[in-house]
Unconditional design. Structure first.
Ligand SMILES: [Zn+2]
Ligand SMILES: [Zn+2]
Length: 277
């Protein structure tokens, strides 16, 4: 089985609004997304298909065919539209990225040309995307940024060994990074709000537990988490999981870019279901 992914683009406007709620209630739950006049996004859709490689063509599927099927669907149903007003599916559902992914999955699943749909990933902006993979629930990933200093130093090793192992990163005065954190939650979108978790609650939890704690700090000197623990990004990504899991029951994955080149990822046991390792 080979997996192939193709990116397509569309633009659409929408409002997040439950008609039976007051304007205040809509604003409280959906924030600026509740503006009745609407706002819009340039969406990036990644369609991943899978299948055996055809012996004659050497391909899983002709990309032109994927473009034809998916592109014509986007042209007809979504591109350039006001989702809540013009797409019947969203007349009674909030057009969140989670619900859009469900709609795209249901619409495209049976119709891929000679291959199987494996994953739909929809990016609303560089800091938010939602996805569905065959056999799993909807996921939502939100990206955050913070800047932090650290010094890599293992207490169990001699100074010489630390210098050899960590090189410049062992500098006693420390050095710093622009960290980018991706927090992924997984679940069934709420039937009323269309969200796995309210973005305000997700942002609040990450800001409180992670950003406030670590942004513009020195991990070794300013945080209790790394008083004894070597602040490698392997350890950092696990610390972040352990801080978020108790306040985010839907937490599925934590991804940490230490630099653009170095990425670390961790999924521990859901909170209350065993010790993370
Ligand atoms: Zn929006
Ligand atoms: Zn470093």
């Amino acid at each position: 089985m080979v997996y192939m992914s193709r990116k397509l683009y569309f633009s659409a406007a929408h409002v997040y609004r439950v008609p039976s709620w007051s304007q205040e209630e809509n604003e409280r739950v959906f924030g600026p997304c509740s503006n009745p006049s609407g706002h819009g996004h340039d969406y990036t859709l990644e369609v991943m298909v899978r299948g055996p490689v055809d012996e004659r063509s050497g391909m899983v599927v002709n990309i032109t065919e994927v473009d034809r099927v998916v592109g014509s669907f986007l042209d007809r149903e979504l591109d350039g539209k006001f989702l809540d007003r013009e797409v019947p599916y969203f007349s009674e559902r909030i057009p969140t990225t989670e619900n859009l992914v469900t709609y795209l999955w249901e619409s495209l699943e049976g119709g891929m040309p000679g291959c199987e749909l494996h994953r739909i990933r929809l990016r609303e902006n560089p800091y938010l995307y939602s996805e569905k993979e065959r056999g799993s629930m909807i996921k939502l990933t939100r990206k955050y940024h913070f800047c932090t200093a650290h010094r890599l130093h293992a207490a169990a090793l001699s100074d010489e060994e630390n210098l050899r192992l960590f090189g410049k990163c062992n500098n006693p005065h420390g050095h710093g990074h622009n960290y980018y954190l991706e927090v992924t939650v997984e679940g069934t979108p709420d039937p009323v709000t269309g969200m796995i978790i309210n973005l305000t609650d997700l942002d609040g939890a990450v800001n409180r537990e992670i950003i406030k704690r670590f942004d513009h700090k020195n991990l070794n000197l300013d945080t209790v988490e790394f008083r004894e623990l070597n602040p490698t990004s392997e350890n950092f990504v696990k610390v972040i999981w352990d801080l978020l899991a108790p306040v985010l029951p839907q937490l599925s994955k934590v991804g940490l870019y230490e630099t653009e080149k170095n990425y670390f990822e961790y999924s521990g046991a859901p909170y209350g279901q065993g010790v993370t390792a």
